[in-house]
Design a protein around this ligand. Structure first.
Ligand SMILES: Cc1cc2nc3c(=O)[nH]c(=O)nc-3n(C[C@H](O)[C@H](O)[C@H](O)COP(=O)(O)OP(=O)(O)OC[C@H]3O[C@@H](n4cnc5c(N)ncnc54)[C@H](O)[C@@H]3O)c2cc1C
Ligand code: SF4
Length: 335
């Protein structure tokens, strides 16, 4: 690990002075690994754990605000999350291990970097790590890579489970930085790689995530987070689907759907969600929704199986949500 300077400010203003080559340190479960691997090389590390971003609060509109520094474990176990947003609790519990979820924070989960193995290896070409060096994953070992939202420069998946549920729930992200406060939809927060794959999200220098807002949730029992992975523990999604449905009198009034494991960012297709409105659940409808979600998917050398698997996972998740049987077999209990 290279040497760096360190500070632990007590106020947001101090933390967001916008110094160059700075990284915020929250739980450190991703940043420290990357620094040890010489992938992240911050000159200055701003430890944000003393900032007052540690609360979960009900909003006057019936929604919920999740502080950026609340741990993933505390978020999943919070009574208001369990009661109103079980989809989110389920997605968080499908990720990582109890130990990691105890330390990892909500802001860190949003900003965690890809798990592409070439990105983690400074000896390999990687446009995301070192701009203009090429992409070793193209034509390489790429079974786990993305099939949606890719570019010539990068085919890495976005790895979070939590963010897939947040996208289906249409959450918003609150930011604070040298330019003041602003809010952005979770669906617009992460960037497609395009020809700037090193840019993971829309954060400006010095800008920090302060909280995530969840809108009032009308989904009730009609939700599911279905995650397919190589093994039950410590594995990122090969394909995951977050679904929430508002169902009345046997008709779907509204649906939120997002895919993980297949895209370079949480993958949402508003036309696919709109297709559900006012329709009863049916095999034909769910097949059409799955087809729209996967429209434009492109495989590289090894990852074509994702394009065959994903529609089936989408259809199954939609049936689980529609039937009000949300428990996927991969849900874990809190330890
Ligand atoms: C073995 C292992 C298995 C895992 N499995 C899964 C999994 O299955 N599913 C899954 O979703 N995740 C998984 N993870 C990833 C884990 O969820 C993330 O490492 C964690 O959420 C990051 O949170 P953190 O607080 O530790 O972030 P840190 O490591 O502290 O930070 C990560 C990045 O976010 C930035 N950052 C942190 N907080 C903020 C903020 N408030 N504002 C702006 N930038 C910020 C940091 O500067 C850094 O760039 C796994 C991790 C490990 C080590
Ligand atoms: S897929 Fe992206 S992260 Fe992986 S090697 Fe290529 S450029 Fe780097």
């Amino acid at each position: 690990m290279r040497s760096f300077s360190y500070s632990r400010p007590a106020t947001l203003r101090e933390a967001c002075r916008g110094m160059e080559h700075t990284r915020f340190l929250a739980g450190g479960t991703n940043l420290i690994d990357l620094m040890k691997s010489d992938v992240e090389r911050p000159v200055h590390v701003v430890d944000i754990k003393s900032l007052p971003l540690t609360r979960i609060e009900a909003r006057p509109d019936g929604g919920l605000r999740l502080g950026a520094l609340v741990s993933n474990a505390d978020t999943a176990a919070h009574p208001l999350v369990v009661e109103r947003y079980p989809l989110l609790a389920s997605a968080i519990l499908a990720g990582a291990s109890p130990q990691i979820r105890n330390i990892a924070t909500n802001g860190g989960n949003l900003n965690q970097r890809t798990r592409c193995h070439y990105f983690y290896d400074p000896a390999m070409a990687c446009n995301k790590r070192a701009s203009g060096t090429g992409c070793a994953a193209r034509g390489g070992r790429n079974r786990i890579m993305a099939v949606l939202g890719t570019s010539d420069d990068c085919i890495a998946t976005f790895p979070s489970d939590m963010c897939i549920a947040l996208a289906a729930l249409d959450a918003t992200v609150n930011l604070y930085g040298p330019g003041g406060e602003r809010t952005v939809g979770l669906r617009d927060y992460h960037c497609l790689p395009g020809d700037t794959p090193w840019r993971d999200n829309i954060l400006q220098p010095g800008e920090i995530v302060t909280a995530i807002d969840l809108p009032p949730a009308p989904f009730g029992p009609h939700h599911t987070y279905l995650k397919i992975r190589d093994r039950l523990s410590f594995a990122f999604a090969i394909v995951s689907v977050a679904v929430g449905l508002q169902v009345e009198d046997g008709l779907i009034r509204r649906g939120g759907i997002a895919l993980g494991g297949v895209g370079t960012k949480p993958w949402c297709v508003p036309e696919a969600e709109a297709l559900l409105n006012g329709r009863p659940p049916s095999h034909a409808l769910f097949r059409d929704v799955a087809e729209l979600l996967l429209r434009g998917a492109v495989a590289d050398r090894d990852n074509a199986a994702k394009i065959r698997l994903a529609p089936r996972v989408v259809e199954r998740a939609l049936w689980q949500a529609a039937s009000g049987t949300p428990q996927s077999q991969t849900d874990k209990t809190i330890c």
